[in-house]
Design a protein around this ligand. Sequence first.
Ligand code: AMP
Ligand code: GLY
Length: 411
Amino acid sequence: MKVLVVGKGGRENALAWKINQSSLVNKVYVAPGNPGTEKFCENVNIEDDDIESLVLFAKKEGIDLTIVGPETSLALGIVDIFEENGLKIFGPRKEVARLESSKDFAKKIMKKYNIPTGSYKTFYNLKEAKSYVEEKGAPIVIKEDGLKAGKGVTVAMEKEEAFEALDIAFSIPNNKVVIEEYLDGFEFSLIALAHEDKIIPLEVGQDHKRVFDGDKGPNTGGMGVYSPVKRVTKKIIEDSVEKIIRPTLKGLQQEGLPFTGFIFAGIMDTEEGVKTIEFNVRFGDPEAEAILPRMESDLVQLILNILEEKETLVEWSKETTCGVVLASNGYPASSTKNSEINIPENLNSIVFHMGTKEIDGKIYTNGGRVLIVVGKGENLKEAKENAYNDVKKIKCDKLFYREDIGNKDLI
Ligand code: AMP
Ligand code: GLY
């Protein structure tokens, strides 16, 4: 098979790396890819939002299967357009992708189909939103409606913080804001391959959303990750599949919006059981970078199985992975570009590129999250030590990282 991966971040680097190991695959293309995917795949110079050119390329090359990384391509309707052109693609259609691209839509589905989640209300103007916060008090969560790369959410511990977030959100014309009950508990990410109401759940990962150690500072796209997550027992995973993922897929089916692709649930294990924080309609980033290196099954075979409605088991390595993100100074508010990075060749960890570029054989920073270093070990402690040992060998004076990835499960 010839497989095309759409996207250019760390998630796509990990997907392409894993797909490249499949015995079913002769060639992997990544559009546009990055210097990390360049090493073992063919990068195609087409941006992930240029759907027309991607279709032309897939037809010309005879691509057998396209796998979409980013939510932005899905929200643009890449799946609808590929399917109209008779091309096989793994991802949800545009209407279905609203499960991620509209918090309001996701909440409506959850409410209608009794999926456990926090209570909420949607607002279209500042005055009413503020009086709701006044009435409910803090902690409370403010979420802008559209796609925000993980940055449109404010978990406000004080009312004033919520007011500030609302002022900013409503300074954008026609903005829509979901205000949600604060959920207390242990957060984890569950990703499954899905088609209609069939599911192949993967092992879970634990993302680190806040920018600084101790979960301080603003939310980011994710600063580190480990897998598996000891505290998330088999029972919690089963509950998450049966109470959250399966009824959501069934609900979407009933709405005439059948899901295909990776479904990602951000879940809080609370005193009252599992509750949904959010849905994404694609693999997580950085979850993919920690979960895929532990997968022993052939990912392409799993995708073919689910498309044929076969719920097969996934084989996993017993090892733990721990991924540490190196981000540009200033992230998530801003990022510096064009700083040279020196990455030694002989690291034990896997290095996936998230936001880099290559000029004359040298690697430079080119975005907020730049690299992720994924260490492996017999347990989390070992995986973490291995990751940080290698992080320290990477030289660049414009990068920073959290020092405490994995600590939540070590205490
Ligand atoms: P989201 O983009 O909806 O995943 O939100 C980003 C992050 O904010 C989540 O990963 C959580 O850590 C946090 N968060 C979102 N919603 C809630 C909530 N209702 N209660 C507590 N924390 C939340
Ligand atoms: N790691 C969370 C996300 O991919 O949105």
